[in-house]
Design a protein. Structure first.
Length: 257
């Protein structure tokens, strides 16, 4: 029997206009943290990324450090290699006395491959996002932040953009992605996708001036398309440019009594 899942948001929704004045993914995501370990209005986790050549690959070193930490906890470093369809994780105990955590990864290059990139993120003990970075590195050990420039961002005017767990008309638990566009002059195709490492479910939907808000329901009970883990829920325009995105964690739901 297909499993049922509990959904936990790892962050709030990133919107296309969040990139209006910056191409820095880390800065944008810092404004969308939902961790209950974060002091209000602050971004207390700093990160450093270094790369160096090792044989036919690169050693990637990622260090995070929490400012003014008041108690011991565990943080998780997650590295999403998008093109490789691979995720690596490292868990670290941290404390006020030892607030820094360091992960080292060896990334091998295939023949003819010159560069690669990954998302390096820090999650708290509830699997909520604390920091997110994207880095491009080459086989010579050089690295730069991944610049999320305007070519990746939709110019459409985004209205509502929410992801909520609700019950649909049939009474089923669903994760509902509600998206609206403002100022439409004609039909506009929107692609909604749920993406995990190695797995993508996408659907093309249509917004119109008469119905500018669309909704996409992903069933959370008895859904064979889902699996436990981290999921990106994203909406893009017809050219694949970002409209809205969020991160969620799915865990197996307890059996009904």
């Amino acid at each position: 029997m297909p499993a049922s899942f509990t959904l936990t948001p790892a962050m709030s929704v990133v919107r296309n206009e969040d990139f209006a004045h910056t191409d820095d993914i880390a800065a944008v995501f810092a404004g969308r943290m939902s961790s209950r370990e974060l002091p209000p209005g602050e971004h207390p986790v700093s990160c450093e990324i270094t790369t160096e050549t090792v044989g036919s690959g690169v050693r990637l070193t990622f260090t995070s450090e929490a400012a003014r930490q008041t108690a011991g906890t565990v943080v998780t470093h997650k590295f999403f290699f998008v093109d490789r369809q691979e995720c690596r994780t490292r868990m670290h105990p941290v404390s006020p006395e030892r607030p820094a955590a360091t992960s080292e990864l060896l990334v091998l290059f295939a023949d003819g491959q010159d560069r690669d990139y990954c998302h390096a993120s820090v999650y708290d003990a509830e699997n909520r996002l604390l920091a997110a970075h994207a880095v491009v590195f080459d086989r010579h050990g050089r690295n730069v932040p991944y610049a999320f420039t305007e070519q990746y961002v939709s110019p459409l005017r985004l209205g509502t953009a929410t992801l909520d767990e609700v019950r649909d008309d049939a009474g089923r638990r669903v994760a509902r992605w509600s998206l609206g566009l403002d100022g439409l002059q004609g039909p506009q195709q929107i692609t909604v996708a749920w993406e995990a490492t190695g797995l993508v479910h996408s659907e093309d939907l249509m917004c119109t001036p008469d119905e500018p808000v669309l909704r996409h329901d992903m069933p959370l009970d008895g859904n064979p398309r889902l699996a436990p883990g981290d999921w990106v829920v994203i909406a893009t325009d017809e050219k694949g440019r970002l409209l809205a995105q969020t991160l969620v964690t799915l865990t197996p739901a307890a059996p009904a009594a």
